[in-house]
Ligand binder design. Structure first.
Ligand code: PHE
Length: 341
């Protein structure tokens, strides 16, 4: 009988040596000590047919064999488990010293970047940022700004009317009125925002564009204050050598009125492509707030005076970034915008 045991042991050793994977170890366990059809289980069942003395002997041998087999399979399974874990660790290893992958984040539009630079300069000069509606009544758009009833700017060819009385604002000067109604002088505000005009789009025009309005009202304000303020602004914006000049001009809500030019930030005034050879770049309109405008919002022009100015952002943006077409600023082409990241 012990021969039979030796034979079984040898057979098991062969089976054991042939196992190559973890699943094989499980199969091996089923085949040898499985409760239903295990080889040893079957041998054990046969014990019942033996004489008592033999049964004891063989039973003992079989039990030893079974313990040995179970231990061998446990060892094998253990080895497979260790190998599996090692392989998993290797596969999932992360190098925590590697730099992280950066998510693609949005970024500010060039017009916004420019607007914020301008805001920062005026805020540091004590100005408050004011906001006003883009849809305006004729009162704010025209009447309160001393624009006469027959003025061409009121025409339906220049202004987007939404109804008899409502229109998209054609200039941020409307916010001057809101600001003076909301606050008591002395006041210093800038109002950046979108404005709308019925222009045919081309390289230098768009029916929607951006302005920054400025307004200062206090006692004893003169044209000198306006010049000094604009000079300070352009020097902070374009550098300390920047010069300005005023050209007399007409806007109904100021008296006197002037167009402001500043010396070209590119060539410094000698003439180049950016300033079209003139050495000067147009900045916008300005002037001393008209007494009629002050009176209209209940400010006594005998006591207070003020200046106002309006800057266009879009052309400035195009000049600064060397764009040959301002429409690029509104098309939201990601290939264009990504350059300002
Ligand atoms: N609102 C004027 C324009 O759009 C500019 C301006 C503002 C002129 C303030 C004078 C004072 O052209």
């Amino acid at each position: 009988m012990s021969e039979r045991i030796d034979q079984l042991r040898a057979e098991f050793e062969r089976d054991l040596a042939a196992v190559e994977a973890e699943a094989g170890a499980t199969a091996l366990r089923d085949r040898w000590v499985g409760r239903k059809s295990g080889v040893l289980t079957a041998e054990m069942k046969r014990l019942g047919g033996l004489a008592p003395e033999e049964r004891r002997q063989v039973g003992q041998l079989l039990n030893e064999l079974k313990t040995g087999i179970e231990a061998a399979i446990d060892r094998l399974s253990g080895e497979f488990a260790v190998r599996r874990e090692a392989a998993q660790l290797a596969a999932e290893r992360i190098d925590v010293t590697l730099p992280g992958r950066r998510e693609v984040a949005g970024h500010l539009h060039p017009i916004t970047l420019l607007r914020q630079r301008i805001e920062d300069i005026f805020v540091s000069m004590g100005y408050q940022i004011e906001d006003g509606p883009e849809i305006e009544t004729e009162f704010y758009n025209f009447d309160a700004l001393n624009i006469p009833a027959n003025h061409p700017a009121r025409s339906r060819q220049d202004t987007f009317y939404l109804s008899e009385r409502l229109a998209l604002r054609s200039q941020t000067s409307t916010v001057q009125i809101h600001a003076m109604q909301r606050r008591e002088p002395p006041l210093r505000v800038i109002a950046p925002g979108r404005v709308f005009r019925r222009d045919t789009p081309d390289a230098t025009h768009n029916p929607m564009f951006y302005q920054v309005e400025g307004l200062l009202v206090d006692r004893g304000i003169t044209l000198g204050d306006l010049k000094g303020t604009i000079e300070e602004f352009v020097r902070r914006m374009f550098g300390p050598q920047t010069q300005i000049r005023f050209r007399p001009s007409y806007f109904p809500f100021v008296e006197p009125g002037a167009e402001i030019d500043y010396s070209c930030f590119k060539c410094g005034g000698s003439g180049c492509r950016v300033c079209k050879g003139s050495g000067w770049i147009e900045m916008g309109g300005s002037g001393m707030v008209h007494p009629n405008v002050l009176r209209g919002v209940g400010i006594d022009p005998e006591i207070f005076s003020g200046f106002a100015f309006g800057l266009g952002l879009d052309r400035l943006c195009a000049l600064m970034y060397g764009l040959d077409d301002i429409r690029l600023l509104y098309e939201n082409d990601i290939r264009f915008l990504a350059q300002f990241r």
